[in-house]
Design a protein around this ligand. Structure first.
Ligand SMILES: N[C@@H](CCC(=O)N[C@@H](CS)C(=O)NCC(=O)O)C(=O)O
Length: 175
């Protein structure tokens, strides 16, 4: 199994209309038989099947999906993009400038939703560490690189520490 996740996939070597990379984006998981799986949360779901990172209980599995969809629709779009512009030194175009304020507002709103959940719970689903936590940890722990201040979210900060303390945790900047 191979995973392509650590580098940005250049558009010129990975065109959007290539059949295997219809979105021209990483991560992509390649299975032993050559099949490719796109979308980070689909990959998490696939890898977690049959492990304690994905609950067996029907309602809890649906809750994992709930947070995965939340991550894609409310969190990643608003928190990861400004970070990406900064970490990749992209110019602050008019289009980016116009979307920055709404992204900031919606990103903080998403962090507020997380804060509410984590005030009552150590982890997002079922009181234990699951792929819902992994999905949300990814861009939350580097949100400061996109200009987000987690100072007003103590429960989120405590949860970040709990996730980083999980066995096998590998920091993002360690290969
Ligand atoms: N919804 C996708 C988003 C993937 C995505 O946007 N990946 C970025 C890097 S984190 C990318 O490949 N960007 C390349 C580009 O936009 O050209 C997922 O969660 O897998």
């Amino acid at each position: 199994m191979r995973a392509y996740a650590t580098e940005r996939t250049p558009r010129d070597t990975c065109p959007a209309d290539a059949p295997d990379y219809p979105n021209g984006r990483v991560p992509v998981l390649e299975l032993e038989d050559g099949r490719l799986l796109l979308e980070s949360n689909a990959i998490l779901f696939y890898l977690a099947e049959g492990t304690h990172f994905l609950p067996d209980d029907r309602f809890e599995r649906a809750q994992v999906l709930r947070w995965a969809f939340f991550e894609q629709y409310s969190h990643e779009l608003n928190i990861a993009s400004p970070r990406y512009w900064g970490t990749h030194n992209l110019p602050m175009t008019e289009e980016r400038r116009v979307t920055l304020e709404p992204k900031r507002r919606l990103g903080y709103a998403a962090l507020g939703v997380m804060e509410g959940q984590l005030r009552q719970n150590d982890f997002f689903v079922g009181g234990r560490y699951t792929i819902a936590d992994i999905a949300l940890y990814a861009y939350t722990h580097v949100a400061y690189e996109g200009g987000f201040d987690l100072g007003q979210f103590p429960a989120v900060r405590a949860w970040l520490q709990r996730v980083a303390a999980q066995p096998g945790h590998i920091p993002i900047k360690q290969g």
